[in-house]
Design a protein around this ligand. Structure first.
Ligand code: NAP
Length: 255
């Protein structure tokens, strides 16, 4: 059974791989045997992740990029391919939900919507598009988009983020059709996960408790609990899974 999850010989690019969910994904993909290229804007964070992977006996290369910069994204893919011989797995995890994009529609400027779409949706497309030739040449090509429960249902006061994540789910489904049977394209939809992104929210006791009360598993997730589903989707254990969205939300959307 463990062979099904073995990623030995595969090369994975993980955007937003410097901290939070992306860091956990990078580490667990490496634990499953993949060579991993963590990427993000903060060079120090991705270098620390790569060093941890190498210290544990794995292969890693940190390559910085802003996912909204096509040249930088192309460089990530080229460096990954030069160093490790190809790109088999792309995890589009980079994302944000800035304060100026939170609020009622009449209060959020179009620029804020554009910026969120640029990173969360267009950035994922940019990276996947840049890796297309490698993915299509691979024996185990797999794209995993880190969406959100906000890609499955509406959330008040977060319409830019929700629009970006619904877009990512749409991208996942359509690209899975175009790239089958060569490349599988799936998404995970995390619920509330303890990271820098949710720090402020978790710090507000009333809000935190209302989220926990609405979550059947009764707590926020640890980032590692999102990495498991990603490793599954990247592996041969998911060889008949494409175009799907795996909710890793503690039962939040089952309610
Ligand atoms: N935490 C949650 O509860 C939760 C729930 C559902 C979905 N998600 C999704 O999970 C993903 C990771 O979230 P997280 O909670 O781990 O957030 P996080 O701790 O803030 O980490 C975000 C990562 O994305 C990178 N990033 C942000 N903007 C970028 C850009 N323009 N170009 C390249 N990299 C960029 C950040 O690095 P730099 O700033 O150095 O670039 C960082 O490595 C996001 O897509 C988020 O929407 C999170």
């Amino acid at each position: 059974m463990s062979e099904l999850f073995d990623l030995d010989g595969r090369v994975a690019v993980v955007t937003g791989g410097g901290r939070g969910i992306g860091r956990a994904i990078a580490v667990e993909l490496a634990n499953a045997g993949a060579a991993v290229v963590p990427s993000a804007r903060s060079t120090d964070e991705i270098e620390a992740v790569a060093a941890d992977i190498e210290d544990a006996g794995g292969d890693a290369l940190a390559v910085p990029a802003d996912v909204t910069d096509p040249d930088a994204v192309r460089n990530v893919i080229d460096r990954a391919a030069d160093e490790f011989g190809g790109v088999d797995i792309v995890v589009n995890n980079a994302g944000f939900n800035p304060d100026d994009a939170l609020g009622r529609p009449e209060d959020v400027e179009t620029e804020s919507l554009d910026r969120v779409l640029d990173v969360n949706l267009n950035g994922a497309y940019e990276v996947t598009h840049a890796a297309a030739d490698h993915l299509l040449e691979s024996d185990g090509g797999s794209v995993i988009n880190v969406a959100s429960v906000g890609g499955l249902v509406g959330l008040p006061r977060q319409h830019p983020y929700v629009a970006s994540k619904h877009g990512l789910v749409g991208l996942t489904k359509s690209m899975s059709l175009d790239w089958a049977p060569e490349v599988r394209v799936n998404a995970v939809a995390p619920g509330y996960v303890s990271t820098e992104l949710t720090e402020e929210l978790e710090g507000n006791e009333q809000l935190r408790q209302s989220i926990v009360d609405r979550t059947p598993l009764d707590r926020f997730a640890d980032p590692e609990e999102i990495a498991g589903p990603v490793v599954f989707l990247a592996s041969d254990a998911a060889s008949y899974v494409t175009g799907s969205v795996l909710a890793a939300d503690g039962g939040w959307t089952a309610r």
